[in-house]
Design a protein around this ligand. Structure first.
Ligand code: ADP
Ligand code: MG
Length: 698
């Protein structure tokens, strides 16, 4: 038994050699046997049955046919030059066409040879043809019963060097045979029994080379379960570690909290707000450090929950801080919290990159002295010079914009005892994602809006109907409302997008003579942005023409209409986020999504979803289905994209089973001392040697 077998370099594998190894290193990041075995196919093509030429129709994306090669000849000149062969089975005949590698095929094709071909058929000039089909001489093996072809991630360069899925498949096959005795089971017997999972060896074998559809399914399920199990195991282990290793301040006293409830609270809390506050408060009593995620849609009322949580700290002689990713957001939080804090006589401050030196020094001193009880700010808060007398609670808004390292830096602001952590996000994410992204946090959700809100009405209009949309805008302005008009702006097409925005601005100016307008985009100086924003806030301007810079941080309750131009260019969560800028006042609000007539099926689904629901959680589920987990905001550096086989958009059920299993094992046998859990312990020990940083997703 050789523990390092899987670390063997791939050049030592027969059929690879130094040149191919270098290519695989460079193109696919495959260095070792382990890398190669984990180079999983992303799909499998069913080549278990053969079609007949007579049955080809355009609904079959690829055909698999056994037949004979009749004759071939060269046709055309220059770039049109091609080799055309006639291929037939007992039911008819078709053409095979090559534009490239002509001399190679001329040399190797066997007249009247029996071949198996695979490819995408097209109908040209009254005949079916396939351009550049995959082609193999028929053998007893590939003829009997056919096979499933695994399709591997490849690059253009590899293809040019004739390394295709078949080649990779063969190499892996050979490696699997060699590796067989070294492959160890990584899941306990009883877990495999309970969830009816096949063994690791079989799973690897069948995933790379499935015998039939049933085995393929079993193999996938097993590998997904394993991957999600270890993902959850690490996260939950981390979470438990915090709970057992890190003591937390105990916030028992509730004087200020009670006074706030009795004398100052401006509205009745929703059921969801009350529930979440109970969850938070019970964490603050355990004597362990709280690590909790607070999810809630825009407008669900997170601010007051954050504030009351802070009061728990203040009541117990501790301080609280709130960190936001941008100055605008920090300022907005500060304004929101100040309204609650001042009547109570609570000393609250704001610290950002643009805070003046004098003010900054005053704040530093007051935080160190303890006179300042709440501080709201940006990254400026984590600088070493910011020290507290007794920091008890850190609230981080919009977690995904902050790295884990920054979270840790905030912790360290209390040398005696880690402050409690509350992470807030206004971007609802699906449960499966929350479990993996934030699996080490406890999760609370405000899933209810304050009563009496009028749901925003969302409609879809085509560009051709702009004049009626503008007519509606005129009416709303006449009623005293304000309007947002949003244009997409992405870096890749920045210049064009800016031009769009300017053209849009001019056309709005022409269509609304005499109506004062504001314009806002990321390329403007901060000073100019503020100026334009202020004019809009003060109702001096009626229409704000802007890019997505308004996505976060703008709060103008009187703005009740949002028009989103080129809505097809926005992702679902971004549309939802933008829409959250309206519906903040008492008036009925509207969101109008403008597109051209020509939109894709995906765009249609996005727009329909927006028109159907205002529920951020529901929207995030659709977004996940449409885009897959890798592209959702915030998942990039999170480790979710490290998943090799599991897909969070599809594997929610397996994830749940994996999580329950991991929880149960960690609960009963945290140190994996029980013999029945030895497979897990050994696997983690092995991993630990190779990638000692496996716990980086903390
Ligand atoms: P979030 O930060 O979750 O987007 P806010 O905390 O800014 O939402 O709250 C949105 C608006 O709703 C604010 O004007 C706030 O005062 C108000 N609000 C919050 N909770 C309630 C409630 N329970 N009843 C009535 N209004 C509420
Ligand atoms: Mg907010």
């Amino acid at each position: 038994m050789n523990l390092n077998f899987f670390d063997t370099k791939i050049e030592f594998l027969k059929g690879i050699g130094p040149q191919r190894a270098a290519l695989l290193n460079k193109e696919l990041n495959i260095f070792t046997f382990r890398d190669l075995l984990q180079h999983y196919p992303f799909r499998h093509e069913d080549r278990t049955t053969f079609q007949q030429i007579r049955d080809i129709d355009e609904r079959i994306p690829n055909v698999h046919i056994k037949g004979r090669l009749r004759d071939w000849h060269l046709v055309g000149e220059g770039s049109k030059k091609r080799l055309v062969a006639t291929f037939s089975d007992s039911t008819g005949s078709m053409e095979l066409v090559w534009f490239q590698g002509i001399s190679y095929f001329e040399k190797y094709l066997r007249p009247n040879g029996e071949y198996i071909i695979y490819g995408k058929p097209a109908f040209f000039g009254g005949r079916w043809s396939i351009t550049h089909p995959e082609m193999d001489l028929a053998t007893p093996e590939n003829t009997a019963g056919g096979y499933w072809q695994p399709i591997y991630p490849l690059t253009e360069k590899l293809r040019r060097k004739n390394i295709d899925s078949k080649v990779i498949g063969k190499v892996i096959q050979q490696l699997l045979e060699m590796a067989w005795p070294n492959i160890k089971e990584t899941l306990p017997e009883y877990v495999m029994e309970k969830y009816r999972l096949i063994g690791k060896r079989d799973a690897l074998w069948q995933f790379h080379n499935p015998q039939n559809a049933a085995w393929l399914r079993q193999a996938q399920r097993r590998l997904k379960f394993e991957e999600l199990f270890y993902n959850q195991f690490r996260l939950i282990k981390n979470k438990l570690l915090h709970k057992t290793e890190f003591p937390g301040l105990v916030f028992k006293k509730t004087d200020l909290v009670h006074r706030f409830y009795k004398e100052h609270i401006p509205f009745e809390l929703t059921g969801a707000q009350t529930r979440v506050l109970k969850e938070i408060h019970s964490d603050l009593l355990t004597g362990k450090q709280m690590n909790r995620l607070l999810q809630g849609d825009v407008g669900s009322g997170k601010t007051i929950v954050a504030f009351i949580s802070m009061l728990f700290a203040l009541d117990n002689d501790a301080q609280a801080c709130l960190m936001a990713p941008t100055e605008i957001l920090a300022d907005q939080h500060y304004q929101g919290l100040r309204k609650f804090a001042e009547p109570l006589g609570v000393n609250i401050g704001k610290l950002t990159g643009s805070t003046r030196k004098k003010e900054r020094e005053r704040i530093h001193a007051q935080l160190l002295g303890g006179e300042m009880q709440i501080i709201v700010g940006t990254h400026a808060l984590i600088e070493d010079i910011v020290q507290f007398r007794n920091l008890g609670l850190c609230i981080i808004d919009e977690q995904h914009r902050f790295g884990v390292a920054q979270r840790a830096k905030l912790w360290a602001k209390n040398k005696r005892i880690n402050p409690h952590m509350l992470v807030m996000t206004a971007t609802p994410i699906p449960r499966t994602l929350a479990m993996t992204l934030y699996g080490d946090l406890d999760i609370s959700a405000i899933d209810e809006l304050p009563a009496g809100r009028k749901p925003i009405q969302t409609v879809h209009r085509y560009d051709a109907h702009r004049s009626s949309v503008f007519g509606f805008v005129k009416d709303e302005i006449a009623k005293g409302r304000q309007i947002y008009m949003v244009y997409p702006l992405i870096e890749e097409s920045e210049k064009l997008d800016l031009k769009d925005l300017m053209d849009g601005y001019e056309s709005v100016a022409r269509s609304f003579p005499g109506v004062p307008l504001s314009i806002l985009h990321g390329k403007m100086k901060a000073k100019d942005k503020d100026y334009e924003m202020q004019r809009f806030v003060n109702r001096e301007t009626k229409i704000m023409v802007a890019t997505t810079v308004i996505e976060v941080g703008v709060n103008v309750p009187n703005a009740s209409v949002m028009i989103i131009e080129n809505a097809e260019r926005f992702g679902l969560s971004q549309l939802h986020q933008l829409r959250g800028r309206v519906g903040r006042g008492a008036d009925q609000s509207y969101c109008i999504l403008m597109t051209s007539y020509k939109i894709s099926a995906d765009t249609r689904l996005r727009i329909e979803t927006m028109c159907r629901t205002n529920d951020g959680f529901e929207i995030s589920e659709v977004d996940l289905q449409l885009r897959g987990p890798g592209d959702l905001s915030g998942t990039q550096q999170s480790g979710v994209t490290d998943l090799l086989v599991a897909n969070l958009a599809q594997d929610g059920a397996i994830l749940k089973e994996a999580r329950i299993t991991a929880e149960a094992i960690l609960e009963s046998d945290q140190d994996l001392l029980q013999p029945e859990n030895s497979a897990i312990r050994l696997h983690l020990e092995n991993l630990g040697k190779e990638e000692s940083n496996w716990s980086r997703i903390s």
